[in-house]
Each structure stands twice: as C-alpha cells, then as structure tokens.
Design a protein around this ligand. Sequence first.
Ligand code: GAP
Length: 483
Amino acid sequence: MADITIDELANFCKRKGFVYPSGELYGGLAGFWDFGPMGSELKNNIKSSWWKFHVHCRDDVVGIDGSIVTSPKVWEASGHVANFVDVAVVCKKCGSKFKIDEHELGKVRCEKCKGELESKGKFNPMFTTQVGPIEDDSVTSYLRPETAQLIFADFKLVQENARLKLPFGIAQVGKAFRNEIAPRNFVFRSREFEQMEIEYFIDPSKNKECPFEIEDMEILIYSSKMQDENSEPMRMSIEKALEEKIIQLPWHAYWLSSGLKWFFELGANPENFRIRQHVKDEKSHYATDTWDIEYKFPFGWKELQGIADRGIFDLTQHEKFSKSDLKIMDDVAGKKLLPMVVAEPSLGVERAFLVFMLDAYSVGEKGNVVLKLNPKLAPIKVAVFPLVKKDEKLVEQAREICRNLREEWNVVYDESGSVGRRYARNDEVGTPFCITVDGDSGKKKDVTIRNRDDGEQRRVKIKDLKDVLRGLISGEVLFSSLQ
Ligand code: GAP
C-alpha cells in the first residue's frame, strides 16, 4: 500500500471517476456516495468475483436477491427492532460525534482527543419508511440494515427449491442501510452500503466437524484472550491456531481462510490483514462467537468482514414469530431438525473496494499514479490506440480490434494525446493492457501490447489477441512468458 491518507484516496477517486459524494451539486448528504464510470465497474467486478468464488464455484451454496423493504415482522422477529441499538456520544472536549456499543459507555474515551464522552442516548440505526401512500392503511417498515434476514425468512423455500442438503449456504449481495451517527472515513462507514453475505447452515450436532480443507496460510491472529491480557497479535497458520484452540471452531477457521483466500487471489496484500476475535461484550445480540477479518486502513486496524456464529437464534425466532415449522429433513441424521448457522461471512462491498484500491495504489518514478489492480477487477481491461489519429487506416483497424474485443470485455478506444499520455491515463485507472496499432500492423497483422505494471511491450498477432488476453486477464499466462 502506498502511503496515502483516506482523504487523498477520496480526492483521487473523485478525480478519476470512481466515487463522488452523492448529490454534491446541492452540498451532498453525509454517508451517501455515488459510484462513477470507473467505480461502478470496479464494484461490479468485486461483486461478481465474490459471487463466482463463493456461489458458482461451489456445490453447496446458492444465492438469492431479497427485497430492501419487507414485512416489519421480519425485523421484530430478528431482534433488530428491540436490540439493534447504538449509543450516540459527543466528546465534551472536541465536540466529535461517535456511536459506541452499550457496554462501552463509561469505559471508552474520544477516538480523536481522548476527551470524556457524553451520552446522547440510545438510538436504533434502522431507517423507517412508510409503505402505502394513504395514511390509514400504510404500514411503517424499515430499509433492511443487513441482507441476512431475507435469507432466514426465505430459508424453507430456498432449501426446497434448490433441493439443498445439509451442510449448505445461502448467499446474497445487496444494499443495506444504517442511519449511522457518524458516517466517516470516506465509504468505510456509510449510511447506504452493500453487503456480500452467506448464511452457512449445518446440523447443530456437527458443529465440531468441518469437511472442508482449511487454506494453508499464515496470518496475524488476535484472540479475545490476547486482547484481555493486553498481549500482541501472533502470526501463525490458521490450522495451527485451530490445533492450539485459539480458534475454537473448525468451521470458523475454514470460513476465515476462505474469506482471506478470496482477497489474496485478487491481489490484496496479506501483510495488511489480521483476524480478530470479538471480546465478550462486543458480540451482536444474535452471535455466540465472532471473528473479524481486519485490514490495516490508513486510519488503523478496522473490521472488513465479520464471521459470526449465529447458532439457531434466527430460525428459532422466525419459527416463533411466524408460527411456522422451519425444520428440514436431514437424511444423514435421519430426522427433521432446525439447522444452525455455524458461520455468517459478511463483507461490505465498499470496504472491499477500499482494500483493493489501497493495495493497488502506487506512485511511479515520475510521480504518476499506477493503479495495480488485478486484471479481473480492473474497470477497463484493455485500451486500444491507433499510433496516430490522422491515419485513417490505423484508426479503422484500431476501431475494428476494439469492436471485436468488446464482445468479451470492457474495452476503450483512445486516440487523444501522445501514446505516453494515453498510457499514463490508463495506468491511473488500472487498465492492465494497452494495444497500439501502428504502421506495421496492416502488413504484419500484429499489434503492440503493453503491460501496465512494468511497461514491457510485446508484438502479438491480431488473430491471437483474444486468446492471449484471456490468458493474461485470468492470470493463467504471465506477460513475461509472451514471446
Ligand atoms: N449480517 C451481519 C452483519 O450485518 P455487521 O458486522 O454489522 O454484520 C457486516 O456488518 C459487514 O458490513 C461489516 O463487516 C462491514 O464490512 C459492512 N458494514 C457494516 N456497516 C457498514 C457501514 N455503515 N458502512 C459500510 N459498510 C458497513
């Protein structure tokens, strides 16, 4: 990660079309952001890579797309109406506003100046909305504060439709809303954001047996015991942490390693990651054990992804409130049972976005920004240039190549300014490959392809371009191995 503050990143994102303050024309609205041409592509690529990794590449996970507003009963059953509470506090010294958990009241001091905090009372961060235009029959409901509850409410239908057998997971990607008291740190804490969540269901009697392999990786580990004893996090393999009972549940070890693997395969820097167990008072109202994947943001170590053990809390609550039977037949146990959620990997899309941007951001020798995003995530995969824009033949040939590549990828055509300027413009937004059509291209039927990360160039036959690019973008072919 380059040495960049979160405000510098926010400025860069605005300048290059990644993220803008929403409604800035009218002064903006705190905690709301719009994703521009580059940002919306990157965000979509993050979501589709996550979906591919956690849903399409597995036999045991299917996805849903639930609604943002649903019956308010869902939120009564889930405990969010009664228990999803934060305490608003204001620093008596510097006036900063924060939210803290109830148990922190009287214990913590101001994050900024260590001043004493004054409570402004409890509040529920769910946004309410009126459903139905005529007051007499309208219902007060909520914008969902997490995507997870729709998975529980639809649980029985999804299990039947997809003929799922335990253990299995149900995934969802979508918007969530929280009326945060202090949205801050760019898109890190927003009022409207997206989550990528999985609820992973098992037979409760099998919570000590995880059939999946735990990735072989070392990571900084910070258990609740280490935090209680004020000791430092330890670097060790996740498997060893499980053997030594630092991580108690094999399922947690597995989902932590799988969450990290997804990040590392897409180019995130392992040095900036750690896993941290929630201390006793920190857990959500539904969780029995929770581990977070944390990232070293420019403003400190913060939660990136939560992995909670929600047990049978949610399905039991929905059984009670809906007076329905949510038990399912488990052939292995030979009986009907209510599954437990042994792990709920829950990741904010915007936080993943920040991680990939921060780890990709680098400054070249001439002070130019090179965004070294993994090609799979890059908003634009290829830029195609004619060497000179006045040569009609080169222009036509470049446009033809562009049309052809667009069948598979997001490709731009660029003819303005020097080729050096065009390279620099594309480096800044992370375009991994630039193709230049020059005077030899017509005769030799080849083009120059240039690699963003080292500026290396190779000649490639036009007929082979798609195959070469497929290899390069998927990471199966290294640029240095091209002839
Ligand atoms: N279903 C579990 C759940 O919602 P959470 O820890 O409250 O758990 C999960 O949220 C993830 O959602 C967090 O780890 C974070 O990545 C993201 N998230 C939560 N609140 C957010 C906010 N205000 N802005 C951006 N992302 C947020």
